[in-house]
Ligand binder design. Structure first.
Ligand code: B1M
Length: 214
């Protein structure tokens, strides 16, 4: 029988091999896939987030934990998909036009998945029209945009304007983030919220969707 506490520990310690092994064994033992996420992986990522905010963990630890969680999630996702389990919400995320930085975006994406959201990653250098297309086609509740350059953060405004012009602005909540992005800038361009880091991004996503604190 799989020792599920080891799954929690593996995610907190960022050990993707152990996370993969325990998840495989647990699924073979018949442990419920949602239990693995709700009771072990997500609480582990919440603990990682707490350590990050307390400056006990830094970006490298966050990346390792995100990788370990993804290793487990990749095994659990097909099981959930097969039985049609509802995610907490659907999110599309991308780094804006002209910007190739994707490490932070991937981290935000992994934390959102860890919190139970279904995430469509649109990649980097995403044009405003591609964000519009994602909102039109992917049935998402939240659109997340990341920018790391002071020059490219302006593309967030263009994407929001494009959504407005397409008549789709009211269909989604918009969250923006990345090193140069401030809450003032977010408000100025008409976004619903911003997050300073991946942990805040999850909290802000839950908040804009009116979900209770995790
Ligand atoms: Co670039 N780069 N880079 N770079 N790069 C920065 C951002 C820079 C600050 C370095 C510097 O000069 N000190 C600087 C920007 C200056 C500015 O505009 N103010 C810079 C520059 C100038 C450039 C180039 C223009 C350099 C050149 O070619 N002359 C060029 C631009 C290319 C382009 O995008 N068109 C460039 C290229 C690159 C690489 C390709 C070499 C590489 C990216 C590789 C990759 O991503 N695959 C790179 C890197 C690695 C960096 C630094 C060193 C690290 C960025 C990173 O990954 N951080 C960066 C300097 C730095 O930040 N110290 C730098 C780790 C990551 C976990 O953090 O991305 O901040 P971060 O994400 C955080 C938060 O910002 C937040 O949560 C994340 C997790 O906590 N967050 C969100 C991010 N997105 C969010 C979305 C949200 C909410 C929160 O909601 C939707």
């Amino acid at each position: 029988m799989a020792n599920l506490d080891q799954l929690y520990d593996a995610v907190v310690r960022g050990d993707d091999d152990v996370a993969r092994d325990i998840t495989t064994q647990a699924l073979a033992d018949g442990v419920d896939a949602l239990t693995l996420i709700d009771q072990y992986m997500s609480p582990a990522m919440a603990e990682v987030g707490r350590r990050f905010e307390a400056c006990e963990y830094f970006v490298p630890e966050l990346l390792l934990s995100a990788r370990a969680m993804k290793a487990g999630l990749e095994l659990v996702r097909p099981v959930l998909a097969a039985r049609g389990a509802e995610p907490a919400g659907r999110v599309a995320i991308g780094t804006v036009e002209g910007d190739l930085h994707d490490i932070g975006k991937k981290l935000v994406s992994a934390m959102l998945e860890g919190a139970g959201f279904q995430v469509v990653d649109l990649g980097v250098n995403v044009k405003p029209e591609a964000f519009v297309e994602a909102v039109r086609e992917k049935d998402v509740n939240v659109l997340c945009m990341s920018a790391l350059l002071t020059t490219t953060m302006l593309a967030m405004r263009r994407a929001i304007e494009a959504l407005d012009e397409a008549g789709l602005r009211d269909r989604v909540k918009i969250l923006v983030g990345g090193a140069p992005v401030t809450p003032q800038f977010a408000a100025e361009i008409g976004a619903d919220a911003s997050g300073e880091n991946a942990v805040e991004a999850v909290a802000a996503t839950r908040k804009v969707l009116g979900l209770a604190d995790a």
